[in-house]
Design a protein around this ligand. Sequence first.
Ligand SMILES: NC(=O)c1ccc[n+]([C@@H]2O[C@H](COP(=O)([O-])OP(=O)(O)OC[C@H]3O[C@@H](n4cnc5c(N)ncnc54)[C@H](OP(=O)(O)O)[C@@H]3O)[C@@H](O)[C@H]2O)c1
Length: 344
Amino acid sequence: MNKQWRLAHTPSGGWPVDLDFRFGQEALPEPAPGQVLTRTLYLSMDPYQWGRRRNGTELPGQICHGRTVSQVVSSNRGPFEVGDYIFNTNGWQSYGLSGEGVSHFGYMHPRRLDPLGAPLSTAIGVLGMLGLTAYAGMMVQCQPRAGETVIVSAASGGVGQVAAQLAKLAGCRVVGIAGRPEKVDFCLGQLGLDACVSHLDEDFHEQLRKACPDGCDIYFENVGGKVFAAVLGLLNQNARITLCGLISQYGNTDGSNPHTVWQASGQQVFAVREVAVHPLFVGNFVDEYQERFLSEVGEYIKDNKIFYREDRWAGLEKAPQAFQAMLSGGNFGKTLVEVSEDTT
Ligand SMILES: NC(=O)c1ccc[n+]([C@@H]2O[C@H](COP(=O)([O-])OP(=O)(O)OC[C@H]3O[C@@H](n4cnc5c(N)ncnc54)[C@H](OP(=O)(O)O)[C@@H]3O)[C@@H](O)[C@H]2O)c1
């Protein structure tokens, strides 16, 4: 049987709750000519999924969307062989089809993975869209130079941990912002950042100011809200910002557009200090930068120069919980669900 989570209704706003999702099972689908049936191994939990659910892109009754690592279990003259491991977008279900006539999400083309290369889960993490997001924002848009001060918010998270380490490798002084104390310790110890402060502390603004005696040359924005307000006053003349995400505002209930609110709150400082703001959409970087990213970051990982932490949840049944945790800081590292056993 194919276990599945479907969207129960279009959420009216706020943050996800259990009742937004409906669990069910149905018979395995038969691959049509040109298709393969795949078993899901890993399912990625990403903030953008909440946007799709809230804005009606994902409709009630549909299988919840999600990027996956899967193994081909049967083929009807499909594009992959039985036994192949592939990156695809099965969504929140234990089996799915790939190949002719099966739509995938935008630029996320199914592709074969090498089980002898990096661990398979990295295809939805550090060596997937998440890593490319960090690479595009930090290396392509902001182009860090040795000696500059870089601030990364959500620094222990999936995108943040990679962005922060890339800036360290470029010779920058890197200051992380994270939540719980163990995340702050992780950023300092495991990631080797120069400083890290918690946005949960009452004197957060003051701590951040002290951690950046020379101001901020590059800000990698993942969060928005009060975290952005604290960084704003530290921006140097000609600072650069990658506007990667605004996760603290994805549960807004007032109908406002997080990007518009963010831009308006920073506008005056941006103008006076001639700050370059780079909005980021990872899909725009796939064609030109995917190969370069895979080669550079792949090497860093082989040489243990980039570390990555995953937050794994066992069993498809846990998907809604994992999703809710990821959106509220209950995760620790890149959030993924182990849907079936990875024997590689
Ligand atoms: N532009 C693109 O193409 C693109 C692509 C992928 C991801 N993104 C964005 O990148 C960001 C990170 O995504 P991810 O998948 O790597 O998730 P993640 O960082 O692994 O998890 C989200 C983290 O956000 C932090 N957070 C949540 N609510 C917060 C709040 N109210 N205040 C401060 N921090 C809060 C939490 O960290 P703490 O507990 O440390 O606060 C949480 O662990 C998101 O904004 C996402 O939308 C953008």
